[in-house]
Design a binder for this molecule. Structure first.
Ligand SMILES: Nc1ncnc2c1ncn2[C@@H]1O[C@H](COP(=O)(O)OP(=O)(O)O)[C@@H](O)[C@H]1O
Ligand SMILES: Nc1ccn([C@@H]2O[C@H](COP(=O)(O)OP(=O)(O)O)[C@@H](O)[C@H]2O)c(=O)n1
Length: 673
């Protein structure tokens, strides 16, 4: 996950490869609650691990369910008729799929609870559900604004007598989650008599109700419905665990990969695993919409394969009521269409994680599109020519779907990068979304940015480069480590670190199995992190690095570090030899005395003994050798910026490089946030 302030996506090329998607959020949280209400133990497989499922799992634990987790598996011991632990105060983040159904279920189970979440959750309506529950006889109070969480369910003495004889009426035109909440809670009281729910107004998002009904059936509750307006929960209902249940991959998440395939998929295209054409999720019908726009899609029970068909995409005019979440992806696909696309019947966007109609309109305009918005529609006209595209900073409104769908703007024909603010907001449903995207897109290496930091030993390159990579979410190449590893491997192979063994060392290097993992370095399965960090190892590295064949043997390996979304490379010849076209090159220096002092402190801090004058002499010897060797001597690239860090802190050095990097970016600053 990219837990950084912003993520810059370089211009993306084609899309090919396969991706396994995380479990559906809607299914995950429904299944967790149904398992909690059931008799017996349920093993939930392929569960989504995300913010919203986290709050649900925590809540269930607080309520007294047995919850054991192991990655994407959870074992839930259901309450099976027992009362939940009460009183309890539940924090439900911004998870509507936890707030609404838990409110209904707890109101019908009895006890005293407070349910709240983050500020945005307290702006998301729940009044219609509370009205329906109050109509039944439940005691629920608003703790803040009327009609919105936080709430208190005040039934310390148990559930009051409920009026179940007549139909329970609930509005269906604000959020289908109210109806879902009632459908999952009312079986708890449909013991002696059947319970009927009547929807007032047109039911929106029917597909989500379809999911609810399918899952209820898996847990032993067979709900009938009449034209999606009247739902009948049979008498004698009783939740029963199905034993093991698999969560389908999220069909809404699939939309980004379907779109990537439609926009840039070259044969054999993008393969999506975990969800297929027979999915129970409504958003699978995004496939139809994408086909209308020109995508070529095939699929089976558990997979989809997408390639570009018509190009440019075809503009559409579509009622999107049946795919409210995935339709946001269509709004971004519209940027690649041959005319104006209109998405209608999307009023529910206004009460989601943010006002999504306003958010999409604002951000699409930043990219150069012309956008018209109404209460329940959005109309998008793409930039008329590549030159009309803008390098935008996309504000993401703490809305995972805004972040994910705007990543698709990076396929723009102008070759512009796209900045996504707060990329970690994708954690709501797809924590590794960007990693998954990068795994199926191909980009010409020269479009992947590299920041080079070259300079003498102890100038702070490693420290500054690692901090930059961390801040920007880029990969990090510690090229010095490769020479240190080479020297270590050569010594172990009994080779002398000199010209006589040059060919053998070079041959050896080509077959080394080197792995960098977090801060650790592995050679042929052995952790050699400490072994290569001694002063002696540095000196040995300097020796092998003077051998031309060894340097050549390490070139391809160094190039392979250039991956999306970018690279920070630290060494001696990053800017001169390895990445001569890099868009930013820094030559970091500091006086020999300052560097010796830093090394001294570094060694003392590690608990090693150190001698200042010996260190200074070593360092000067290494400088001299690195600068005077015939191949790739240490020197600034012609277009490098010099940064003398003698009198600044490492933090200041990082800030200076970041400032230079920002100056080279084409982004229009965000007006939001
Ligand atoms: N600008 C700076 N001011 C003070 N100390 C620094 C600065 N840059 C780096 N250091 C410290 O100096 C030591 C050597 O830095 P390092 O990044 O290992 O250098 P290099 O990779 O160039 O050999 C580290 O302990 C680091 O924290
Ligand atoms: N790109 C690089 C990186 C390191 N090296 C050599 O490898 C040695 C160790 O590099 P390093 O970056 O780990 O060393 P420090 O600067 O951290 O002491 C350097 O002294 C250089 O001789 C190189 O020749 N080219």
């Amino acid at each position: 996950m990219f837990a950084i302030p912003f993520l810059d996506l370089p211009s993306l090329g084609s899309a090919v490869g396969s991706v396994r998607l995380p479990g559906s959020k809607s299914i995950s949280n429904r299944v967790l609650l149904l398992a909690a209400l059931s008799q017996g133990t349920t093993l939930v497989q392929d569960l989504l691990a995300s913010d919203d499922t986290r709050v649900m799992l925590d809540a269930l634990r607080q309520l007294g369910c047995g919850v054991e987790e192991d990655g994407t598996q959870a074992r839930i011991v259901g309450l099976g008729g027992c009362l939940p632990q009460s009183p309890a105060r539940l924090f439900l983040g911004n998870a509507g799929t936890a707030m609404r159904p838990l409110t209904a279920a707890l109101a019908l189970l009895g006890g005293e609870y407070e349910l709240g979440g983050i500020a945005r959750m307290h702006e998301r309506p729940i009044g219609d559900l509370v009205d329906a529950l109050r109509q039944l006889g439940c005691h629920i109070d608003y703790l803040g604004q009327d009609g919105y969480p936080p709430l208190r369910i005040a039934q310390a003495d148990g559930v009051p007598a409920l009026s179940l004889a007549g139909p329970i009426r609930v509005r269906g035109d604000v959020s289908s989650q109210f109806l879902t909440a009632l459908l999952m809670a009312l079986p708890l009281v449909a013991t002696a008599q059947e319970v009927v729910i009547e929807v007032v107004g047109e039911l929106i998002s029917k597909p989500y109700i379809h999911i609810t009904l399918e899952l209820l059936a898996r847990f032993g509750i067979a709900v009938r419905h009449e034209h999606w307006q009247r739902f009948i929960i049979p008498a004698g209902s009783r939740y029963q665990s199905p034993g093991t249940i698999h969560v389908e991959a999220d069909a809404s998440s699939a939309s980004y990969f379907i779109a990537a395939g439609a926009i840039a998929g070259v044969a054999p295209g993008v393969k999506v695993l975990g969800v297929g054409l027979d999915s129970i999720q409504g958003d699978i019908r995004f496939v139809e919409a994408a086909r209308l726009m020109g995508a070529q899609i095939s699929g089976g029970p558990n997979w989809l394969q997408i390639e570009r068909g018509s190009w440019p995409l075809k503009a559409i005019d579509l009622d999107c009521n049946h795919i409210p979440d995935a339709a946001m992806t269509l709004a971004v696909m519209a940027l690649y269409a041959d005319g104006t696309t209109t998405l209608r019947n999307i009023a529910s966007w206004r009460v989601k994680e943010t006002d999504r109609i306003a958010a999409m309109a604002t951000e699409l305009r930043k990219l150069g599109a012309t956008v018209e918005e109404g209460m329940d529609f959005i109309r998008v006209t793409p930039p008329s020519a590549p030159a009309d595209w803008r390098a935008a900073t996309i504000h993401t409104y703490d809305d995972h779907r805004v972040a994910m769908c705007f990543s698709l703007a990076a396929f723009n024909p102008a070759g512009l990068p796209v900045r996504i603010e707060d990329p970690k907001c994708v954690a709501k449903t797809f924590p590794d979304y960007f990693e998954a995207l990068f795994s199926v897109v191909q980009t010409a290496p020269h479009t992947i940015p590299v920041i080079c930091l070259d300079g003498p030993t102890a100038s702070g390159k490693g420290t500054v480069a690692a901090a930059l990579a961390q801040t920007l979410g880029y990969a990090f190449l510690d090229s010095g480590a490769l020479y240190r590893i080479t020297a270590l491997a050569a010594i172990r192979a009994g080779l002398a670190l000199e010209a006589s063994a040059e060919a053998e060392i070079a041959a050896l290097v080509r077959h080394l199995d080197i792995r960098f993992e977090a801060e650790q370095v592995w050679l042929n399965g052995e952790n050699i992190t400490t072994a290569i960090r001694t002063e002696e190892a540095g000196m040995n590295a300097s020796r092998v690095s003077g051998l031309p064949a060894v340097r050549t043997a390490l070139v391809a390996l160094q190039h392979s570090f250039r991956c999306l979304p970018g690279l920070v490379a630290d060494g001696r010849d990053m800017g001169t030899i390895i990445f001569p076209q890099a868009p930013l090159k820094i030559f970091l220096t500091a006086s020999a005395e300052a560097r010796a002092q830093r090394r001294y402190q570094q060694l003392i801090a590690k608990g090693d003994s150190a001698n200042m004058s010996a260190l200074l002499a070593d360092l000067q010897e290494r400088d001299a050798r690195d600068m005077s060797r015939s191949v790739a001597p240490l020197r600034p690239a012609q277009d490098a910026l010099l940064l003398d860090s003698t009198h600044c802190t490492a933090h200041e050095a990082v800030q200076q490089v970041l400032a230079w990097w920002q100056q080279r970016q084409p982004f229009v600053p965000s007006t939001q946030g």
